[in-house]
Every structure is written in C-alpha cells, then in structure tokens.
Design a protein around this ligand. Structure first.
Ligand code: URA
Length: 454
C-alpha cells in the first residue's frame, strides 16, 4: 500500500507569502524563519517583509509560542537548577520614574522567593533599571551566567543587564522592527519580551503592563490586549504568569533620573517612599510571593512584604546583592552616598489650584534631554541629573509653590528644559478625577483572547 504523501515543505518565500495572504499559520514555519535568519539562510529584507505581514495578519498563540521559543533557543537559557524554590521575576513594559525593580528584587528575595532579574537600559523616554543600579558606586551589571547564578543562589537575587547570549534573535529582529515600523505588533512584542524573560530560567513571571501618556500602551484596552496575550503565551510556554495593568499617566513616585530614583527605591526598602511607588511595589511583590508559593493570597503576601521591610531583612538583602555585584552597600542605609548633580532649578506654580495633569511623557523626554536617558542605544547617561516631581495629579497647590526641582550640571544650559518641565504640569480650579493605580489584573483564567485578536 502506498504511504500517504507528506505535504511538501514550503520554501521560505512561500512562508512569507502565506503570512501575507492570511493563510492559517504553522508554528513550525515560524520557528524555521527565526532559525533561518540566524543561520544566514534568510536575508534581513525577507524577515522584514514577513514582520510587516505579521503586523497586518497577526500570529496565532501557537505561532507566537513557536516564535518565542525559537528566539529563546537562539541563545542560552541560564541554568538556575542549583537555586532552590520557584524562581520568579517581574517585568515592566516601561515607564517614567519606574524604579520598582530596584526595591522588588531584594524585597521578594528577603521573603524567600529567588529573583533572577535580567534588566534593560533606558531608551527613549522610559528609564532602565541597569542605569539606575549603575548609579551605585562600583556596581557591576554585566556579569557572566555563572556569576549571576552563584549570586542568586547565595543572596536570593541578582540584577544584571542583557547579555549577548540571551535571545540574540530578539536583538536582530527588534532592530528590523525598529526601522520598518513594526514594533507595535502585539504578538511580536509578546515574543520579544517573553523570549528574554524565559531565558532567565524562571518558573513564574509577574508583568507590569503600564498604561497612559508615559507608557508604550496609551489606552487601557490596548494594554489589556497585550497583557492577555503575554499571560496566554507565557502560560502555554509552561510558566505561571500574572499581569497587572498600572497607571502611567504621571511619573511613578517623585524622582525621575538615575541616582535619585535608586535613592527613592531604597527609601521604600527602609519603610518610606512616595505612596504611589509603595503601592505599586507591594501590589507586584504580593503577586510574586503568591506565584512563588510563599503565600496563599495577596493579603498574606502583603503582610510578609511589610515584615521584611519593617525588620530590615529586605534592606540587608539589598546590601548583600549590591556588595556581591561590586557596589558600595553603604548606599542602602545612607542614600546621600549616591552622587547627585548639585545645581538646582525650581519650577514654581503660576497660580493657586489643583494639579490636573503631570505629563509623564514630557517629563521623561525632559529627563533624556538633561542626559539622564538616551535617545540612541549607544549613548552614555549622566547618573547624577534628574527631576523631582514635587506635585502629583490631585494635589492642591499655591502660587509660587514648587511643582518640580531639577538637579542639573549647569542651570543656565538647563533653562529650556525647565520650560518643558513647566509645560508638563496643568493646573485647574478643581481636583481632577483620579483613576486607580492598579487598573486591572490578568491571570490565566482571565486571559482568553477577544475574538479576532492575535
Ligand atoms: N519591549 C521589548 O522587550 N520588546 C518589544 O518588542 C517591546 C517592548
């Protein structure tokens, strides 16, 4: 009897054409394209064509999982098998003043959940955790995989920058997306984020999907679609994943800059810090403890986090991690050791009223213009400059009260930037309605796709 004919293996051009035409996608084809790009069999311009087809046609969840796993396999997965317990990380889609990771890694580790964290550098208006950590004298964020694993095992957490070994296909593909207007595709964003996070060797992931002026996703509906896709695809890839949608209309906390953000994150570990930053940190930390199996619910998890702060255990873990990574651990107790630019420009309110808006995007761009961030990936940053956002939406303000304070190298040179910071504030006669900090929570039960999404 003749054996049934195997379907012919499509050529790479046929795979691109099938996506262009909206044919049902085959996960194996997606994996083949990624592997072919990395081997040189597929040219950049062919990948770019496929990415544009994906932008319009989408990817099914199985295709997105295949793309995530192929990008993950393009590099190495960190081996944390010697670290006991469920390993949990947190990833933020990026915001202004978002220094939560600096507090969260030692705090959650102090509660017994190991946190292996590979962090990003700032690009555009959003800051990066690595830049904030490098404001600590001596801190080394570029460790090799063995040292990273050893510190997670010994201290409970370690925070490093992206390495060339982690998901190199993402770097290649992101560079193509950046110049072909295909960054804003949900399945491509999902595969990009998850391939890097899964390479850390984690068991579970808490995602902070930021929403608002200062975020990648400006609207709650778009952020929810992204969060659901991240949770679905992460769960299909065998990880426990929860996402919180959190507000990013205004900067998070008071400080926007590197050294001043690190100081503020360490204030939270010491039991202080601005209320919105504390709330965001505890909400994400509680989810991490639940996924890490240390608490049955977020209420119990919050109590554990509070104890770790009050007892000083979280601060001690921060000191141990910083010391293990070559930094000066004394910054944890004495935040004045973080060097901050000395000149100050104060932005005063022009009238009495209530703060109606503090535009996070405008503040983030002003911080970049001051040198706290970068507009190109190869630019250095100035760790010492930054903006203190003294008034937040809903706050009452009197004429000539400070709205913001800029810490700059040269007051005269920073005057045009000070003007931009002033314009980021709007004052109204009445207090605006405020939306909650945590806008939604998505887990594997609430992550089903809306019809037609993908
Ligand atoms: N962050 C990433 O890592 N990748 C994206 O595609 C978008 C945001």
């Amino acid at each position: 009897m003749a054996s049934p004919a195997m379907p012919p293996v499509p050529t790479l051009v046929e795979i691109i054409a099938a996506k262009r035409d909206g044919a049902p996608g085959n996960p194996a084809d997606v994996a083949r394209l990624v592997a072919a790009l990395m081997s040189g069999e597929l040219a950049d311009y062919q990948m770019a064509a496929w990415l544009m087809a994906v932008f319009f046609r989408g990817l099914s969840d199985p295709e997105t999982v295949a793309m995530t796993e192929a990008m993950l396999r393009s590099g190495r997965v960190l081996d944390l098998s010697r670290v006991r317990g469920l390993k949990v990380d947190k990833h933020s889609t990026g915001g202004v003043g978002d220094k939560v990771s600096v507090t969260l890694a030692p705090l959650v580790a102090a509660c017994g959940v190991p946190v292996p964290m590979v962090c990003g550098r700032g690009l555009g208006h959003t800051g990066g955790t690595v830049d904030k950590l490098e404001a600590i004298p001596g801190f080394r964020a570029q460790l090799d995989a063995a040292e990273f694993a050893a510190i997670v095992e010994r201290v409970g957490c370690c925070m490093i920058g992206q390495t060339a070994e982690i998901a190199p296909a993402d770097k290649r593909i992101y560079a193509l997306r950046d110049v072909t207007a295909t960054v804003e595709s949900i399945p491509l964003i999902v595969a990009s984020i998850l391939s890097k996070k899964l390479a850390e060797g984690i068991d579970a992931l808490v995602l902070d999907v930021k929403v608002g002026r200062g975020a990648f996703m400006k609207e709650v509906s778009a952020a929810r679609t992204l969060a659901k896709a991240l949770v679905r695809v992460g769960s299909r890839a065998g990880k426990k994943v929860v996402a919180l949608l959190t507000d990013m209309e205004a900067p998070l906390g008071v400080a926007v800059g590197n050294a001043i953000e690190t100081a503020e994150a360490l204030d939270v570990l010491a039991g202080g810090g601005p209320p919105d930053l504390v709330a965001c940190t505890l909400a994400l930390g509680a989810e991490m403890l639940v996924l890490g199996g240390k608490a049955g619910g977020v209420g119990a998890a919050r109590a554990l986090l509070a104890q770790a702060i009050a007892s000083g255990r979280a601060a001690r873990v921060a000191e141990q991690m910083i010391e293990a990574q070559g930094g000066d651990p004394r910054v944890v107790a004495d935040r004045r050791r973080l060097a901050v630019a000395e000149e100050e420009l104060v932005i005063e309110a022009a009238r009495d009223g209530y703060v109606d808006r503090v535009d996070a995007l405008a503040i983030g761009l002003a911080a970049v213009a001051m040198g706290a961030g970068r507009s190109r990936a190869d630019q250095p940053v100035d760790h010492g400059v930054g903006i203190y956002v003294e008034k937040k939406p809903g706050d009452a303000v009197r004429a000539s009260e400070p709205l913001a304070r800029l810490r700059v190298r040269s007051g005269a040179a920073a005057l045009p930037i000070a003007e931009r910071v002033r314009e980021a504030f709007a004052i109204a006669d009445t207090a605006p309605p405020l939306r909650p900090l945590v806008l939604d929570r998505i887990d594997d039960r609430s992550s089903t796709a809306a019809p037609g999404s993908g």
